[in-house]
Unconditional design. Structure first.
Length: 597
């Protein structure tokens, strides 16, 4: 026989006068002078238990209850007295009058109250089991389950099959650092944990499985931030005989279905924007379209000015000069401007030039800025005209290498656009803002290594007709790649893959990967492509990121049951940890001190 008849949070008026049996944890006990009230909690919510002294055994047990005791209650559902209802709870119209109470397990005093909203993350992650009992975390993980359920349902209904791929695989260090796993059987050799199932899902297409998916763990040993974890979860998808637009249409449908089914939200249309346009207008390949601010291109216009801060990058190959107009930004204080100046330095900018527009009609005399004296009247008029400046506006400028300008001004646009100033001045619109970013460059030049690297990965197909440029002009090659962006977060991305060995070899040539090196690293894929590999493509969505957006959490750590810290540590289990010498000897590993390394 089951120990309970209902979940606490689902006890409603429909059960009036019925006897229920509940199990859960004491959220709070309140003694009201002769009557004891217990807020009983489980994963579905709270219900109020009433313990009257007329039930002597129940009352005696209730007197000894403390927070987080695990108990079982049998009682009758009654309507709460008028005026004592709690509209915040599903069970807020009723209470359970206890007729039996069993302590299933007492609890020591918890290190914190579960309804404390000012807990440090260190405390939460150290005592993660208790943290997961909090309604906030229970709600997040329940929503995560619903997301995964609806994804599986959609993919099943569209003919996709779930196939597992290996967790112990070959190290192919082309992107982030691999997590290596030493082999005990093969002395001095290592497996790697997969950064993604990319190669295996392509092999599954060659094997004829047509439509594959997997909700799987991926591992990257990289520097962390709020939206990164060393192990994260991908919704990984691949399909054969579908083109770029068909793939986008199908999985736009999946994400729209997901938000409708889980949140009741209509994402609406998905605009399609090229990578070039996104960088030109927003300085980012994942622009947040809820923010109305855009960059204004001034590179050509600043080539002849005497102000070297602008003219030098404007006349240097790869340089860029832009403006960012903040409507009504004239009210932003000098202290805040100085703060923004320090902020952009994080992204490599050497400073942040600015102009406050007091009166457009007065030209130079109507402007307030340290840089106006360095600009001629024609340049000033060009800036005011191109930015469509109005009285009371503030204009920021970025001038440097294009990457520095894009990184710094793109980040500044986000910082200002998500601020209270933007929200009160109509520069931010609270909505879902999806976007497809397409037509990425195939390659980008890495000055440090003096070679081209793949923007997505080396298995991305070029646009039709771009194959020959991979050798003669790699910078011109456009990829059949696509990213899905939502509210400034890249939630998914993928590409049509290369399915012919001769085209794949051209990519390796452009990346300066020799045939011998390619065979060592990717020989199993190259060999498979020779056996009638079908045209195929796919993408992967970040499950953690999608759920974070849906819940409004500040970090993906709030939607993962047992996450790592920003230092890649698990505070709950104290991992990583040292191992004993016997284990190291079995793996033929000897540790060096930092001085020996």
């Amino acid at each position: 026989m089951s120990m309970r008849s209902h979940y606490c949070g689902l006890v409603t008026q429909e059960l009036l006068d019925q006897t229920v049996q509940l199990c859960g944890w004491v959220n709070r006990r309140r003694d009201h002078g002769g009557v004891i009230f217990v807020d009983l909690r489980d994963r579905e919510g709270h219900v109020q238990i009433v313990c009257n002294p007329t039930q002597e055994a129940v009352f005696a047990s209730a007197e000894n209850l403390r927070n987080e005791f695990c108990i079982q209650v049998t009682g009758v559902v009654r309507r709460r007295p008028e005026g004592s209802e709690n509209e915040q709870l599903k069970s807020g119209q009723v209470e359970v009058h206890a007729q039996g109470l069993v302590v299933l397990n007492p609890s020591v005093t918890p290190p914190f109250l579960l309804d404390d909203e000012n807990l440090s993350e260190t405390t939460r992650l150290t005592h993660r089991v208790l943290d997961l009992r909090r309604p906030y975390m229970q709600k997040n993980l329940m929503l995560r389950y619903k997301v995964a359920h609806h994804v599986r349902q959609f993919l099943h209904e569209n003919g996709f099959i779930d196939i597992e791929t290996p967790m112990l695989t070959k190290s192919t260090p082309e992107g982030a650092r691999d997590y290596l796993v030493p082999s005990r059987v093969h002395d001095g050799q290592f497996f790697a944990l997969p950064q993604s199932p990319q190669l295996f899902k392509q092999l599954l297409m060659v094997a004829g499985f047509d439509r594959y998916y997997q909700i799987t763990k991926c591992f990257r040993d990289e520097d962390l931030r709020a939206d990164r974890q060393p192990e994260f979860t991908q919704i990984d998808i691949e399909t054969s005989f579908m083109g770029e637009v068909e793939i986008r249409d199908m999985f736009q449908g999946m994400i729209s279905h997901l938000f409708k089914a889980v949140l009741g939200a209509d994402l609406g249309d998905f605009p399609v924007m090229s990578y070039g346009e996104a960088m030109h207008r927003f300085g980012s390949d994942k622009p947040d379209l809820r923010i109305s601010l855009e960059l204004t291109e001034l590179t050509e216009d600043m080539k002849t000015v005497d102000f070297k801060v602008f003219s030098t990058p404007a006349t240097t190959p790869g340089g860029r000069v832009v403006a960012l107009r903040i409507p009504q930004g004239g009210s932003i204080s000098r202290g805040d401007i100085d703060g923004y100046t320090e902020f952009v330095k994080i992204y490599g900018a050497r400073g942040l030039a600015w102009i406050k527009v007091n009166d457009v009609a007065q030209g130079r005399e109507g402007l307030q800025s340290p840089i106006v004296k360095n600009l001629n009247d024609a340049a000033i008029q060009t800036i005011l005209t191109k930015t469509a400046a109005q009285n009371g506006d503030l204009i920021f400028f970025g001038a440097d290498k294009a990457k520095v300008v894009n990184d710094a001004m793109g980040a500044l646009r986000l910082k200002i656009g998500l601020s209270e100033f933007a929200k009160t001045h109509g520069l931010f619109q609270a909505r879902w803002a999806p976007l497809w970013v397409v037509d990425f460059p195939m390659f980008e030049y890495d000055e440090e290594s003096a070679r081209y690297t793949a923007v997505h990965h080396p298995f991305t197909a070029p646009k039709d007709g771009h194959e020959d440029w991979m050798v003669t002009a790699p910078e011109k090659c456009i990829a059949k790649g696509y990213d899905m962006v939502l509210n400034g977060w890249e939630i998914g991305g993928g590409s049509v893959r290369i399915h012919r060995a001769d085209v794949q070899q051209k990519v390796f040539d452009a990346l300066k990967i020799t045939p011998e090196e390619a065979q060592v690293k990717f020989g199993f894929l190259l060999d498979a492509l020779q056996y009638g590999a079908p045209p195929h493509g796919g993408l992967a969505f970040g499950l953690d990121r999608i759920v974070t957006l849906m819940t409004g959490a500040e970090s993906i750590r709030d939607v993962i049951a047992f996450p790592k810290t920003q230092r890649a540590q698990c505070l709950l289990t104290q991992a990583p940890s040292s191992v004993d010498e016997k284990q190291l000897r079995e793996l033929h590993i000897r540790l060096r001190t930092p001085a020996q390394a």
